[in-house]
Write a new protein. Structure first.
Length: 199
């Protein structure tokens, strides 16, 4: 039995029982009647004949495309927000150029100084302290290395060598200090890892 025949039989049954049909039922009934009939529609390319089923299939495909587009748009918006936040974080982490001027002035004075070696050394140590204070304000800290368990997230191993007191797998020597902001590594520590006590 065709859909049209089934709808017609249902229609006759409802008329005989005196039921009143809703607008939705009437619309579905009319759509079923149109399902196989060609419908003339206007497109950008001109007039075109399509069946109801073809139009419905195209509408479903269009809904799928719209959903995909909305998903991609939301994904892109999240990406844009993340990149913007990372840029802001990076700007907040970097040392201000203005902060460096005072340090440069102190270095210039140290270079122009005719004092003895101890006085110059003391001045350089003060400048170094000033740099560290500036870095600490930005949340930068030195990565603990010597004696610590080797961690590839924070340490870069240059070699492994026996060590009498430091256990195997721990950092025996730090060649170059590493720095981080929180858990984010700016530069890993370059280290030698202990192979344990020699034989």
């Amino acid at each position: 039995m065709s859909k049209k025949q089934a709808m017609t039989d249902e229609k006759q049954k409802k008329h005989s029982t005196g039921e009143v049909k809703s607008a939705r039922e009437l619309a579905l009934e009319r759509a079923a009647q149109l399902e196989d009939e060609p419908i003339l529609i206007q497109t950008e390319e001109g007039e075109k004949t399509m069946t109801f089923e073809e139009i419905r299939d195209q509408a479903l495909r269009a809904e799928d495309y719209l959903r995909d587009l909305q998903y991609k748009q939301a994904e892109f918006e999240n990406y844009r927000r993340r990149v913007t936040k990372e840029k802001e974080d990076l700007l907040n982490e970097t040392v201000s150029v203005r902060d460096l001027f005072e340090i440069l002035e102190h270095l210039d004075r140290a270079l122009e100084s005719e004092g003895d070696a101890d006085a110059i050394k003391e001045g350089v140590q003060l400048i170094r302290g000033q740099v560290w204070t500036l870095l600490e304000k930005k949340g930068i800290e030195k990565i603990p290395a010597e004696g610590e368990p080797f961690d590839p997230n924070f340490h870069e191993a240059l070699a492994e060598q026996p060590h009498e007191t430091i256990p195997k797998g721990n950092v025996a020597l730090e060649y170059q200090p590493g720095f981080r902001i929180g858990e984010k590594v700016i530069r890993p520590s370059k280290v030698v890892v202990s192979a344990g006590a020699g034989n």
